[in-house]
Design a protein around this ligand. Structure first.
Ligand code: FE2
Length: 297
């Protein structure tokens, strides 16, 4: 990993990182100690952070104040930041930020879950041609119970497929469709016709190669609707089977949030989901931004 390059830059090895990265599980995730995210970040520190991001896939930062402008500025260091098509969620005057909240105008729980689509395993922005690279979530208000975020390692998901499964999916492509997953999980708040037209279904390989680490990963999740060249029903069956096989307990990190924490993850080699909470009695507010990555190959 010490030789990892990105965009022509050689990234520093772990012993040269100006912060501590403590693994959260043997498989994925690290807690980053000693970095104040509200401060300006040098290029050298960002390169170390990027190396940690590639190595650990999920980075957790202890509770600290990260104003919206700093969150967007951090995301811009990674690349182009998505302006989400579901514009009703835009937050704080930054179209790049997306707030999910169950609070009413008085700050009380309103009884509605803001995005039930997040409860199923998925990878952000897989419904776009250029899919999600990093997602950065800041926890503004967190419930006492529920509302966790779970991450699974999709390098491991691919590695653990047996040879016949690897052969079966080689070259297959899945159609990813935000309207499909949104309607399925969150039918009471459908996309408008204009929103649907803005994000038509796109196809991506089921087994992709991470563009920076070169490792193979399984790339499906809840936005995957059908398989190119298979009947709809055959495709659904295959997607459901692979999505089930993708999650291994020992390749999963389950995070119970404390308000003020920030988590940054690589959508190319992980999937994530939120767990349920009671939106009538508990408060949960997060703000999120997603960096747009590459066309998967
Ligand atoms: Fe997500």
């Amino acid at each position: 990993m010490s030789q990892v390059m990105t965009a022509g830059r050689r990234l520093p090895p772990p012993d040269a990182w100006p912060f501590e990265a403590r693994p959260l599980t043997p498989a994925l995730g690290a807690r980053i100690e000693g970095l104040v995210l509200a401060d300006a970040m040098s290029d050298a520190t960002f390169d170390a952070l990027y190396a940690a991001f590639l190595r650990h896939q999920v980075l957790l930062f202890p509770a600290q104040d990260v104003p919206p402008a700093r969150q967007v500025a951090l995301a811009r260091r990674f690349g182009d930041v998505q302006v989400h098509v579901m514009n009703q969620y835009h937050a704080d005057g930054f179209p790049e930020l997306y707030r999910l909240s169950n609070l009413d105008e008085h700050g009380n729980p309103n009884g509605r879950h803001p995005d039930k689509g997040t409860l199923a395993w998925h990878t952000d922005g897989s419904w776009q041609r250029r899919t999600g690279q990093a997602t950065i979530i800041y926890g503004e208000v967190m419930p006492e119970t529920g509302g966790e975020t779970h991450f699974c390692d999709t390098y491991g998901a691919y590695d653990r497929l047996d040879q016949s499964w690897k052969q079966r999916i080689e070259g297959l492509r899945a159609m990813h469709n935000l309207d499909f997953s949104r309607t399925r999980r969150h039918g009471e708040d459908p996309m408008t016709e204009a929103q649907k037209r803005a994000v038509p279904p796109v196809d991506h390989p089921i087994a992709r190669t991470h563009p920076e680490t070169g490792r193979r990963c399984l790339f499906l999740g809840d936005h995957a609707e059908s398989i190119v060249g298979l009947s709809y029903d055959e495709g659904r069956e295959l997607i459901e089977a692979l999505n089930d096989m993708a999650v291994h307990r020992d390749l999963t990190y389950e995070h119970r949030w404390t308000a003020g924490e920030l988590i940054l993850w690589d959508n190319r080699c992980t999937m994530h989901r939120a767990t349920a909470y009671d939106p009538a009695t508990q408060k949960r507010v997060i703000r999120r931004c997603t960096v747009i990555g590459e066309v998967p190959a």
